[in-house]
Design a protein around this ligand. Structure first.
Ligand SMILES: *[C@@H]1O[C@H](CO)[C@@H](O)[C@H](O)[C@H]1NC(C)=O
Ligand SMILES: *[C@@H]1O[C@H](CO)[C@@H](O)[C@H](O)[C@H]1NC(C)=O
Ligand SMILES: *[C@@H]1O[C@H](CO)[C@@H](O)[C@H](O)[C@H]1NC(C)=O
Ligand SMILES: *[C@@H]1O[C@H](CO)[C@@H](O)[C@H](O)[C@H]1NC(C)=O
Length: 597
């Protein structure tokens, strides 16, 4: 941390001036579509531990992402995140567009949303996610499906007394769901040195009929795996039902071409194939009981603490290899890897061989200790979500990094301020919210701001004006046509005499999709030139205030950044370094929204 070294006051002055100049630069590079591009100051934490955007027309605060590397190939489709972490005051489901701009965000499905994804059920696309309690390291919650209007189409659980976990929620082509569950049961743990009755968190997966919740298939790890094959240290766990030992830790399930189940066990460092017919273990890849000959000198089987194993075409598997966790448990293992990666491996289940097809190495040579995902896109490109490290990377199929996006500064990755269990790309999604576009008027400066959370088909906005009439009917006149620009579009209010305005959303073909509310214009005419002067004076005053109060508040700033905790009750939203600097912990501004009757 730059603030932790001893720094005499002259040096502090230099640091302060340097930060001030850098921050000014950062402001300049911020891309208007809502993402920051290649900002070093961002990575140094100058915008805070979790830089967020804010809007005039909607009370939403998505992350301000930083694009460290970019290729236009990555602008396809939508990126789906479920953000949480100590800096995320309201965990949210988030959909970003091709250039990192917000498309949809909903904080109302709390307390925790996990595994946000677009999946097909009976031929229709749904936004699917799990929501519930995650305090035990697995989930107690329910599974959701939202329709294109962002309404709950279905909320379901497996028909069982056991809890519904978040780790997997995969809808199959048979319209069933593959789901996980954890269960506290008594088991003999004497091979791990536990005397008397031992207790475990058993790992289960189920295939469930979504319509009825009926369990079609259920499998329990402890029936097939020896508890002492785990790599996880038992320490004091396993002695009571209050502290069971999580020996297996299931974190993904998929189905292969034969209909058999492919299960990932984080704590066994292995992937198991389970027969759909008999429930028996057909083979194990990796871990202590690996059945495969590794034709790649060990690189196809040396994954550890892995996540999100998925079946790919041609008998291949994709694996997100956390690996770094070895460092954290160094006493357990020979530590030979610390860079997280995605793996594509080729199985030959006749000859029982495995070969590494491609590795996708973390571009920052970082290791994410937990969570994470790997998705092979239709184009053959690969998307890795770094889980505990808030970011995602897209690669070409041959492993070259195309795009690298950070959701908070890389220097803060080890602190868990922000994370997304998985990151998914949806090639297509059509969002048609049931709401109206949101509008905010800045009367003084003469601007209208418009946005429509979740609408994917809007390409332009049409501002219309009207006069007050004595009758019921207000006649509107088209005044300004403008293209949609990111999540929120700023439109200069037209000159002229009018009492009301509204903004109409139009699609590519020019069809009207919806209208904002009609609002009183109350336009205060300020000549543009005087506006500029006003900005200049405000800017000057601002710099003076910064230099004076910046020093006085340095202690507060340091405390804020080092502990990473805001004072209770105040929501820390960094919209630039100014907020941190002046107030230590800025309050969220409740923007006045104008909806006169
Ligand atoms: C933001 O950056 C992207 C990628 O370079 C570019 O396509 C887009 O036009 C930029 N938006 C603005 C408003 O500058
Ligand atoms: C687990 O326990 C069994 C029975 O004591 C023993 O045969 C086996 O070697 C143990 N496995 C490991 C990895 O220690
Ligand atoms: C695997 O077995 C097949 C026959 O089933 C054989 O043709 C092939 O050469 C074997 N591959 C390797 C790599 O040994
Ligand atoms: C509103 O009324 C004024 C004065 O009658 C007229 O000049 C103006 O064009 C009207 N504006 C609209 C949008 O109808």
């Amino acid at each position: 941390m730059p603030w932790s070294f001893a720094c005499p006051s002259s040096c502090q002055m230099l640091v302060l001036v340097a930060f001030t100049l850098l921050s000014a630069l950062v402001e300049g590079t911020r891309n208007l579509s809502g993402a920051s591009w290649g900002s070093t100051a961002y990575e140094w934490g100058l915008l805070g531990r979790y830089p967020q955007q804010s809007f005039k027309s909607a009370p939403l605060h998505p992350p301000l992402t930083n694009t460290v590397q970019w290729d236009e190939q990555c602008a396809q489709g939508y990126t789906l995140l479920s953000l949480r972490g100590t800096a995320v005051s309201e965990p949210a489901a988030i959909m970003l567009g091709g250039h990192g701009e917000l498309v949809w965000m909903d904080e109302s499905f709390g307390p925790y949303v996990m595994n946000l994804k677009v999946q097909k059920y009976k031929g229709e696309q749904y936004l699917t996610f799990w929501s519930g309690d995650i305090s035990l390291g697995f989930g107690l919650g329910t599974y959701y499906m939202l329709d294109s209007h962002y309404q709950v189409f279905k909320q379901f659980s497996a028909a069982s007394t056991l809890e519904n976990d978040f780790h997997e929620y995969a809808i199959t082509t048979d319209n069933t769901a593959l789901l996980t569950s954890y269960d506290t049961v008594a088991r003999d743990l004497s091979t791990l040195g536990v005397e008397g009755q031992g207790w475990i968190y058993d790992s289960l997966f189920r295939e469930v009929d979504i319509e009825t919740g009926e369990i079609i298939f259920e499998w329990r790890a402890s029936d097939h795996f020896a508890v002492n094959d785990t790599y996880y240290p038992i320490d004091a766990a396993g002695r009571s039902p209050e502290a069971p030992f999580d020996f297996f830790h299931i974190n993904s399930v998929d189905k292969d071409i034969n209909g058999d189940y492919i299960v990932s066990s984080r704590f066994m460092h292995s992937i198991a194939c389970i027969s759909a017919r008999t429930g028996k273990l057909l083979w194990t890849l990796g871990g202590r009981n690996n059945d495969f000959e590794d034709l790649s000198d060990g690189y196809a089987t040396d994954f550890a603490w892995q996540h999100h194993v998925s079946v790919q075409d041609d008998n291949r598997l994709s694996i997100f290899d956390n690996t770094r966790y070895r460092k954290w448990h160094e006493e357990l293992l020979e530590s030979n890897g610390e860079i997280s990666r995605g793996l594509l491996v080729q199985l030959d289940t006749d000859n029982m061989t495995v070969e590494l097809v491609q590795e996708y190495m973390n571009p920052g040579a970082r290791g994410s200790p937990q969570q994470g995902s790997m998705q092979v896109l239709n184009s053959g490109n690969v998307l890795l979500g770094w889980g505990y490290h808030a970011g995602f990377t897209e690669y070409s199929s041959d492993g070259a990094v195309l795009c690298d996006i950070h959701i908070n500064p890389a220097m803060f990755f080890p602190f868990g301020f922000v994370h997304s269990y998985r990151a998914f790309r949806a090639a297509t999604w059509i969002g048609r919210p049931n709401t109206q576009p949101d509008i905010y008027l800045d009367h003084e400066d003469g601007y209208a701001f418009v946005s429509w959370n979740g609408a994917t088909e809007v390409t332009g906005w049409k501002l219309q004006t009207a006069n007050a009439t004595s009758g019921d009917k207000i006649v509107f006149t088209d005044a300004v046509n403008t293209n949609k620009d990111g999540f929120e579009t700023k439109i200069e209010m037209p000159d002229g005499d009018y009492g009301f305005l509204r903004i109409i959303a139009v699609d590519k073909a020019g069809n009207v999709l919806a209208s904002s509310k009609t609002v009183a214009a109350n336009k205060i005419s300020v000549p543009a030139a005087s506006r500029k002067w006003k900005y200049a004076v405000v800017a000057l005053m601002f710099w003076i205030v910064c230099f004076v109060t910046g020093f006085a508040n340095q202690k507060g700033l340091r405390a804020l950044i080092q502990t990473g905790q805001q004072k209770a009750g105040s929501r820390f939203r960094s919209r630039g370094w100014k907020d941190i600097w002046i107030s230590g912990s800025a309050k969220s501004e409740e923007e006045e929204r104008l909806y006169p009757s």
